[in-house]
Design a protein around this ligand. Sequence first.
Ligand code: ADP
Ligand code: MG
Length: 376
Amino acid sequence: MSFSALGLFPALLNPIEAAGYTQPTPIQQQVIPAVLAGRDVLGIAKTGSGKTASYVLPILHQLQQVGAFKYREPTVLVLVPTRELADQVQRVFNEFLPALSERQTCLAIYGGVSINPQMQEIGKANILVATPGRLLELIEKNAVKLSSIRILVLDEADKMLNLGFKAEVDQLLARLPAQRQNLLFSATLSADLSLIQQLILRNPQVIEVAEDAGDIDLIHQLAYLVSEEKKGPLLRYLIQQGNYQQVLVFASSTLKTDAIVNKLVKNRIHAASIHSKLSQQTRRDVLQQFKSGQLRVLVTTDLLARGVDIEFLPCVINYELPRSPKDYVHRIGRTGRADSPGDAISLVSPEEAAHFQLIQKKMGKRVKTLSGDVIV
Ligand code: ADP
Ligand code: MG
């Protein structure tokens, strides 16, 4: 299938081609027509499957149809859980916005940076990509109204609807017009579907692209049973032994990410973490350095890892296991491709051993497990 068969306005095909998209991904093939038809959509597909363009492109089509002149307030609202994701989604909109015959703009809104420039700009933007807290702040300051929003997107919807964000998202939903199109995207859906439908979606088209069972075989999975205090030395050993130049390490908390980074840096391994206590500029720089290959090890939690688009990685290491077996599959999915299989290594403490059994059972695959304590 080609993009031209999807019914998007012809001028959009130029930036699509310039972006190097030769054909729509499976989720795009299904979501784009549903959004164009005005349906509410719940789209579920793994990280990296192209969910962003699956909503950006048909939304731009709709903006092209209506024209910006009719509204003096934003008409599209995309809610995201992290600042990095806000920047990333805005970049995708900006890539395709020039195709519109009338100039329309997309603004990313998030905390951790000065609010004043956002106060100036927000009312004029056509599309807002926002984290909930800062957007609420701007609404309270009367910098923007959401009464013209026609399309609402919740990206990483299960994060947006879970406890940490729920109250803020509810406050925002209460300010939106009832008559609107709702688009929800997620890599996993842990929340109760019927609840989501009640809250947000009207008779949605649920589009789920199943994981390709073969994908997981492209990943060399390995686990080390290791005591908690030996995880640090084992991590360093594995990075150096494997001579990995780009490693994504997952930990359970921001405190833990800092502790891991400190140990790596003391041992002269170039490493950094990204978390909420760092300045936005630092977070941006660290992600950029990691993506460009200047930073060898990025230590992070699931929150940042989800949704953030990082090119193929040679190695992913679970310093600690995720609680959900699905998150395990998403984490290791950051590596492994047809042309270059990647390594996914888990450090499993005795306390985590039973949980690791469960993960393997859910995944339907046994992972070779070695003893880590004898190595370091
Ligand atoms: P997701 O939100 O599902 O995790 P993204 O939207 O971040 O995935 O897209 C992942 C990567 O795939 C991005 O680098 C994006 O540019 C690229 N991409 C998206 N659609 C296509 C396509 N049709 N063809 C090729 N690459 C694409
Ligand atoms: Mg995404």
